[in-house]
Ligand binder design. Structure first.
Ligand SMILES: Nc1ncnc2c1ncn2[C@@H]1O[C@H](COP(=O)(O)OP(=O)(O)OP(=O)(O)O)[C@@H](O)[C@H]1O
Length: 265
């Protein structure tokens, strides 16, 4: 359902600052695949998500979603199929609007303008039920301004807003990295539940090896703009942190010592 063919992305081409962010990326995601993506700093993980989201266009290669070529379709035209959560809890929500207004806005993103009705009585009940499903007490705070929520609560709301309209693809860009361990654990749990509930096709970038192993049915390791190791289904189920470290060491050699500071267990 998502296909990337020979994707290349170079920044500042032909200058001393040239960066080859993606080198010939080929990947096919099937309906319902949940892929975790792990790699050192500068491996090309965010660039990959940006190419899928239409924030960046590749210099070479093609992107298709549901067999429709979208390589140069701008972000705002793909946004109805794509949900995204960023590392920064402040990024996905409007702080001066209430929880229910934020949810209505997320719903509006996928509807034609004429069908967008803001917060109606029916919608309010629907939002309450939705918030109830993640079980952190937000259902009783529909009229609370989002700016008053904690980072974890805000990230949980961002996750709901990105997914309750059942996007074709969910992109998670280190969405637990800015949270303390307990909150990161909570968001990981909610992510697992939501992805399973809607069977969402998901690409999740993480620096945490155990999280990359725990979640999803496929794991990609990236380095230097390429996918250099892949584990799928049963192979991924058997994968251990030690094996992942070995793979990193094989590829990164001495540089792995530096990576350890960004890759955690
Ligand atoms: N907008 C940009 N302009 C110039 N160079 C960029 C831009 N975005 C990314 N790069 C470069 O492309 C390479 C890949 O970056 P990218 O952000 O995709 O890596 P990453 O794997 O997400 O890294 P990190 O884990 O540090 O977030 C890096 O060398 C980076 O400096």
């Amino acid at each position: 359902m998502l296909q990337l063919n020979q994707i290349e992305k170079v920044f500042y081409e032909g200058t001393p600052d040239e960066k080859r962010a993606l080198r010939g990326i080929d990947l096919t995601l099937n309906e319902g695949d949940f892929v975790t993506v792990i790699g050192s700093n500068g491996a090309g993980k965010s660039t990959l998500l940006n190419i899928v989201a239409g924030v960046l266009f590749p210099d070479y290669g093609a992107v298709s979603i549901d067999d429709k070529e979208v390589t140069f379709l701008p972000e705002y035209k793909r946004s109805k199929w794509i949900g995204r959560v960023f590392q920064d809890p402040m990024a996905g929500t409007a702080p001066n609007m209430t929880i229910e207004e934020n949810l209505a806005l997320a719903l509006g993103r996928t509807k034609k303008r004429s069908l967008f009705k803001g917060v109606t009585q029916n919608r309010r009940a629907e939002f309450k039920e939705l918030l109830n499903s993640i079980d952190i007490g937000l259902e009783d705070r529909l009229n609370t301004k989002v700016g008053l929520l904690s980072g974890g609560e805000r990230q949980a709301l961002s996750l709901l807003m990105a997914t309750f309209t059942k996007p074709r693809i969910l992109l998670l860009d280190e969405h637990t990295a800015a949270l303390d361990p307990a909150r990161a654990e909570l968001i990981t749990r909610i992510t697992k539940d939501i992805v399973a509930k809607h069977q969402l096709t998901t690409l999740m970038v993480t620096h945490q090896m155990d999280q990359a192993i725990q979640l999803g049915n496929r794991l990609f390791m990236m380095d230097g703009g390429q996918i250099i190791f892949e584990a799928n289904d049963e192979q991924k189920e058997k994968l251990t942190v030690e094996q992942l470290i070995n793979e990193f060491q094989k590829i990164r050699g001495k540089q792995f010592a530096n990576d350890r500071s960004v890759l955690s267990v």
